[in-house]
Design a protein around this ligand. Structure first.
Ligand SMILES: Cc1ncc(COP(=O)(O)O)c(C=O)c1O
Length: 357
């Protein structure tokens, strides 16, 4: 049996929608992007959504729209995909890394407080693997210190904290890369309740231009195409169903992995809906051997992330010691839970894990 770590779930609906756009002759950003933005904003529960060409460009655009610039500091987590921190560098600002909570792998609110300085402008949190951060504590910190709250929800479409969707607490960013809970091939989205931020983001996405060949500010070509948006509209209709399957698969895995010695199953915080973009266990000893063993059995796995960002050569000048993130990078292993994984595959993964034990 071969089981991939991720698999885009694209059906006839997406194929028909894409073909319709191709046949219309109007492929670049247009009415489909507008419709996708409206539907996505409604789904997340915010007033505005701005589509971009990727999660990375959505992050960059949002930080620029918030006015983040050289001399500013942005507090963030080192245990994430590189794009989160790079977006801070793109703006000429300084990333200030704080450690994670060992249970959730998400940024530790207590440590955020300690790193706030006169230069701090924003806190950029990541809802890692699909699990919302401790939003009550983080929102309070941002309000008390007048900081922008930015949510990197690239792995958490549909995740909720106390019944409210992530991406609606501060200013949100989503990715539609094929490994995510829904996809458009490449694509991103900014969510916000601030009309000025949305308007500025739209300008930045389009070469700083609100009308043709008239440029008010420095912008980029960060547009999404109608082809991608048409696929996104169909994927959004299926998102809750996809997430239900991810959660079911995760529950089936945890039920039996729980009794395996030396392995910790994912902790799910109180008051959250964890949408399991990744199902990530901790292997206290022999993580890499287990990975090799599973690969030989045809089960592909992932290590997200093997090197925390503060340890990357690019970030050497921001060196700090963050023990929990460093420990997590040695122990984490993600197992397949995407909607293409059925009960038969789960049973196979479990039997291989029990054999390894
Ligand atoms: C946490 C996080 N932030 C940002 C990104 C960047 O998104 P994209 O790959 O669409 O540029 C990703 C996705 O890879 C991600 O997982």
């Amino acid at each position: 049996m071969k089981i991939q770590i991720s698999k885009p779930m694209v059906g006839d609906e997406e194929k028909r929608a894409a073909l319709e756009v191709l046949e219309s002759g109007s492929i670049a950003q247009g009415t489909k992007v507008e419709k996708f933005e409206t539907l996505f904003a409604e789904y997340i529960g915010v007033k505005y959504a701005v589509a971009t060409s990727s999660g990375t460009t959505a992050l960059h655009t949002l930080l620029l729209a918030l006015g983040i610039k050289g001399g500013d500091e942005v507090i963030t987590t080192p245990f994430t995909f590189i794009a989160t921190a790079n977006s801070i560098l793109y703006c000429g600002a300084k990333p200030v890394f704080v450690d994670i909570e060992p249970k959730t792998f998400n940024i530790n609110p207590e440590e955020i407080k300690e790193k706030i300085s006169a230069k701090t402008k924003a806190v950029l949190v990541v809802h890692l693997y699909g699990q919302p951060c401790d939003m009550k504590a983080i929102q309070e910190i941002c309000e008390d210190h007048n900081l922008f709250l930015i949510e990197d929800a690239c792995q958490a479409h549909g995740a909720e904290y106390r019944g409210k969707k992530v991406g609606s607490f501060g200013h949100g960013v989503f990715s539609f890369y094929p490994t995510k809970n829904m996809t458009t091939g490449e694509g991103g989205m900014i969510t916000t309740n601030d009309s000025n931020v949305a308007e500025k983001a739209r300008l930045i996405r389009q070469h700083g231009s609100s009308r043709r060949y008239y440029h008010e500010i420095l912008g980029y070509n960060y547009r999404m195409t109608d082809l991608e948006a048409a696929i996104g509209i169909e994927q959004l209709k299926k998102l809750d169903m996809f997430n239900d399957i991810r959660m079911r698969n995760a529950a089936m895995l945890s039920d039996r992995i729980n009794v395996i010695e030396g392995v910790e199953t994912p902790y799910v915080s109180k008051h959250v809906k964890h949408v399991f973009n990744q199902y990530t266990i901790r292997v206290l000893d022999g993580r890499d051997e287990l990975k090799d063993f599973l690969e030989k059995k045809g089960i592909s796995t992932g290590i997200y992330y093997p090197i925390p960002i503060h340890k990357q050569p690019l970030y050497r000048k921001f060196a700090v010691k963050l023990e929990e993130a460093e420990k997590a990078s040695r122990e984490v292993l993600s197992l397949p839970v995407h909607p293409g994984v059925g009960e038969r595959e789960i049973e196979y993964i479990l039997s291989c894990l029990e054999e390894w034990e």
